[in-house]
Design a binder for this molecule. Sequence first.
Ligand SMILES: [Zn+2]
Length: 462
Amino acid sequence: MAKLTFLGAAGTVTGSKYLVEAGGKRLLVDCGLFQGEKELRERNWAPLPVDPKTIDWVVLTHAHIDHTGYLPRLVRGGFRGPIYANAATCELTRILLADSAHLQEEEAEHAEYKGYSKHSPPLPLYTVEEAQQTLTRLQTIPRSDAFRISPQFSVRGYDAGHILGSSSLELTVAENGRTVTVVFSGDVGRYDQPILNNPRTPPRADILLCESTYGDRDHPSGSVPDRLADVINRVAKRGGSVVIPGFAVGRIQTLLYLLRQLELAGRIPRLPTYVDSPMAITATQLYLAHREDHSPEFASLEKQDGDPLDVHDVHMTRSVEESKQINRVASCLILSASGMATGGRVLHHLEQRLPDPRNAVLLVGFQAAGTRGRSLAEGAKTLRMFGTDVPVRAEIVQMNQLSAHAGQSELLRWLDGLQGAPRQTWLVHGEPPALNALAGLVRQRKQWKVDVARYAQMVDLL
Ligand SMILES: [Zn+2]
């Protein structure tokens, strides 16, 4: 009997893993790392409830680590099949997984130094070498045409508008002459955003798994270009700089697009702009190269006046030496990772620019509790970095409109795209308040049969 098991992102937003079984074969949809609370992270160390040796294939919705970051553990456990994803997702997965392994190794070294690990010596969840071995299993599938994995499974991707390559997957499962269509929303992005196509809902589903990250709320309204222009003009007038901690994949490319638009419209001065993150620079090249993901507006802009991410006085600083030289520039824009200032080169820029009241720090993403970004957002007077307390005199500006996830009304719009009600809808990838709010709304508005998926729950598909 064809079956589906929720092995992650059930009752939480991380660890996406859905096992589909039919005709004695096993396909895993996404293979994400659990992140956040300790209890969740410990699941990454525990054996997977199903033996990785018995899984035949993996298919990915997109490259984010909470959807791909468990792959090296799967391979360590004996998985030997191909990992399928579209071209852009394959390439982004290469940079994100290598970075994740690097962070795991760093974390283990740090634990050894601090002496807080259970393991002696402390071990990384996986090594850079294991990540590299895992990446050799990636195989490209079409962006939007159907791809037959086996007699039991075929898959088709639909743009999800979340990050480059992100897809909703329509999986056709066949067993004993019967078929069932299972749709995985993946992470649903935003409508009418720069660069990427709008999310596209697959036409029909018997069984639907829908993400619910923002199932209980919408993003703040207000014009992003207006706010961005206000901050930059204000800071430029007083001879200061703007430091923007941003996620290397997605957020920094959106900002480059908006900056160029504002410059072309003469709404901001053409300040030197530094993209100071090797990962963001590589991601920017991938965003430009994968035209199959570009929205029609982006494509026509490119035709009219060239690379839409090419801010006029832009510097892509890969080397540490180039990065250090930014310190000498009096008035500029600095886009650097990490997005919550938990690490990365942005720390050096914060250390340098925070003490001067002419400068501003623009927080453009979600800032989790306990991060330096959250401390800044909450008005901290000093920030601990490199063993010293750096005084915060720069202006701190928050702009929360740039989320890469659909808000509640966008999720409903995405669901409206289905022709007819699925036989069963499972809500996944959300915290309980968001899951319950969306479930209530879908029942009330659509009268669909909808439930919140539980971890390790197994359901029949046919
Ligand atoms: Zn994602």
